[in-house]
Write a protein that binds this ligand. Structure first.
Ligand code: G3H
Ligand code: 13P
Ligand code: ZN
Length: 311
């Protein structure tokens, strides 16, 4: 089996009321943890690479690691460019073998977003690659994504039909109150999402796959481990998993998770060194990190997203 696009995955997920996990990858152990989980759960997977990941690992290494995952598991796997910042970056990813790209032009005007996205769609579709774009803006700070809370904006349902028709995109990321990173809500603030917007978008675009970014739940038990063993993560609050289940049962077909993997990975390493201060072989602590990624991805697939058994 070769890398696949998300076309068929999303059609099945939409009809079945579940979602596909899109997990960010930066290194071999994270990829292995995710695909071991995918294999045990017989789940389709989206492995996504951000600009920061490309810079960190070199896209060629990541591409071959993802191809190794396909060869090793035989699972339907999409290699997706996360938050492509420009036409050139998307073109580079497509030329480099990605089967799906996101063009993130949501910070431009509506007209410019359409223009840039359309150009990416023309290049991608001519090569059998699918395209995700975004309307509205999530808050949050990651390596290459940095939007202040006051600049974030919800998706306007009135815009989605014109945007999808004029651009020809395959999936649409919307902003309904999720955000990137581990600090999604202020301490004491009750997590809330605008499900009314998701519902309205679903009505306007029947059968069309919607994408939810910034969907980590930030497991408190792992944050506690980080803090127990010398870390200092203050009041990290994520999206309650019940809300992700609800979104997956609606029009959301792709749910992006990065921070949860980072937290699990780091907690495992901190714990490893606290318990084994004399260790210096990276295989020992990275092995624990890989197992932690596998455990959390299995939980996401089987208990939250519902994509188990759907490969
Ligand atoms: O949405 C952003 C992803 O979590 C990737 O983060 O840009 O730090 O690699 P990054
Ligand atoms: P989290 O930071 O919530 O994991 O979101 C990741 C994401 O949206 C990647 O595009
Ligand atoms: Zn994102």
């Amino acid at each position: 089996m070769a890398l696949v696009t998300s076309k068929e995955m999303f059609a099945k997920a939409y009809a079945g009321g579940y979602a596909i996990g899109a997990f960010n990858v930066n290194n071999m152990e994270t990829i292995q943890g995710i695909v071991e989980a995918g294999k045990e759960c017989n789940s389709p997977l989206i492995l996504q690479v951000s600009a920061g990941a490309r810079k960190y690992a070199n896209p060629v290494y990541l591409k071959h690691l993802v191809e190794a995952a396909v060869e090793d598991t035989g699972l339907p796997i999409v290699m997706h460019l996360d938050h492509g910042a420009s036409y050139e970056m998307c073109k580079d990813a497509i030329d480099g073998g990605f089967t799906s790209v996101m063009i993130d032009a949501s910070h431009h005007s509506f007209a410019e977003n359409i223009e840039i996205t359309k150009k990416v769609v023309e290049y991608a579709h001519a090569r059998g690659v699918v395209v995700e774009a975004e309307l509205g803006q999530l808050a949050g700070i990651e390596d290459a994504v940095n939007v202040k809370a006051e600049d974030a904006s919800f998706t306007q349902p009135d815009e989605v039909c014109e945007f999808t028709e004029k651009t020809g995109i395959d999936s649409l990321a919307i902003a309904i109150g999720t955000s990137h990173g581990a600090y999604k809500f202020k301490p004491g603030q009750k997590p809330q999402l605008r499900f009314d917007i998701l519902e309205e978008v679903g009505k306007r675009l029947p059968g069309f796959p919607i994408v939810l970014h910034g969907a980590s739940s930030v497991p408190q038990d792992r944050v506690a481990v980080i803090n127990q063993f010398g870390g200092a993560m203050p009041d990290a609050i994520g999206i309650p998993e019940e809300m992700l289940r609800k979104a997956a049962s609606m029009a959301v077909c792709k749910i992006n998770i990065d921070s949860d993997l980072r937290v699990a990975f780091t907690a495992a390493i901190r714990k490893h060194f606290a318990e084994n201060p004399s260790h210096f072989d990276p295989r020992q602590y990275l092995g624990d990190a890989r197992a932690a990624v596998k455990e959390i991805v299995k939980h996401k697939i089987c208990d939250v997203l519902g994509s188990n058994g759907k490969a």
